[in-house]
Write a protein that binds this ligand. Structure first.
Ligand SMILES: *Cc1c(COP(=O)(O)O)cnc(C)c1O
Length: 281
């Protein structure tokens, strides 16, 4: 059970936590967030997430009055208050209340926790799929709260037995709704889109690992390149390294999670273990 959330710097009872009905997050959809995992009581890669969240806030002119240090302090305080060792954590900032219901004046800031979740084991052992849609996220470098396209497409995703939708601009790949995409080419290069995407923290970690083992290319990636891919995988805080074995009607490679995806997934897990070991010592 999660006992507390943090709303505007105050610990509040999670069950009865509320925001005003006129909050710009609600009436105008103006907000940003971030999401990361807590393992063994440690928020994973917290410096990266704190920095990205504060950058998102700055980009959207939301002055929540926190520095990286004071933000992290509030995060650690909430973890301690809830006494939960394994969890998901959401940072959220919205436009808040506004006299004219339009121009942000005093942003709202919240931190929420939820018990650790996860995806079905078969998503990893057998792989899963994506459903393509032509769409470009607004302010792609910012983790905005707008997931309209992804949520609206859920029936199609479910029908396809996929995990989520994959955005392209008609000819170039971007990212999936909540994850970054990677292709392993036939000659074993690791390729990932470089522009008009959210720069995932998991993507950053996986790139670091991949660089040590394979040629890596961050560049424009054509949708067509999926046809020749040996393997495809997506990365995110909650999905980690997840094998993709189909995109729409296209089977990727031999239709099974590939050895390079599995290798990178294992090495990413090791990086998490190393991170945790460095924090306790
Ligand atoms: C959260 C998210 C990702 C993945 O980022 P991580 O930091 O690895 O969780 C990628 N794309 C979008 C649009 C996202 O919202």
């Amino acid at each position: 059970m999660i006992q507390y959330y943090n709303i505007n710097g105050q610990l509040v009872d999670a069950q009865s936590a509320t925001v005003p009905i006129h909050d710009l997050g609600l009436i105008r959809g103006y907000g940003i967030f971030d999401y990361f995992l807590v393992e063994a009581g440690q928020p994973l890669f917290i410096d990266d997430y704190a920095e990205r969240f504060l950058n998102s806030a700055k980009h959207m002119n939301l002055d929540i009055g926190l520095t990286s240090e004071t933000l992290k302090e509030q995060i650690f305080n909430l973890i301690e208050a809830n006494g939960l060792k394994d969890a998901g954590m959401r940072l959220l900032a919205t436009g808040g209340l506004s006299p004219d219901n339009y121009a942000p004046v005093q942003p709202s800031f919240m931190i929420m926790m939820n018990p650790a979740g996860g995806f079905p084991a078969t998503h990893y052992s057998e792989g899963t799929g994506l459903v393509s849609v032509n769409y470009q996220r607004d302010v792609p470098e910012v983790k905005t709260t707008n997931y309209t396209m992804g949520i609206r497409m859920l029936p199609a995703v479910k029908k396809a037995g996929a995990v989520e939708v994959l955005y392209n601009d008609g000819s170039l790949l971007r990212e999936s709704v909540r994850a970054n995409i990677f292709i392993v080419t036939k000659d074993e290069r690791i390729v990932t889109p470089a522009s008009k995407i959210l720069r995932g923290i998991t993507r950053k970690q996986v790139l670091k690992i991949a660089h040590q083992l394979f040629p890596v290319e961050e560049r424009e990636v054509a949708v067509n390149e999926l046809k020749d891919a040996k393997e495809v995988f997506i990365t995110s805080s909650t999905k980690k390294v997840m094998p993709i074995v189909f995109v729409d009607d296209l089977q990727i490679g031999d239709g099974k999670p590939g050895p390079i995806t599995k290798k990178l997934a294992g090495l990413f897990r090791n990086a998490v273990e190393d991170y945790l070991a460095a924090k306790v010592s």
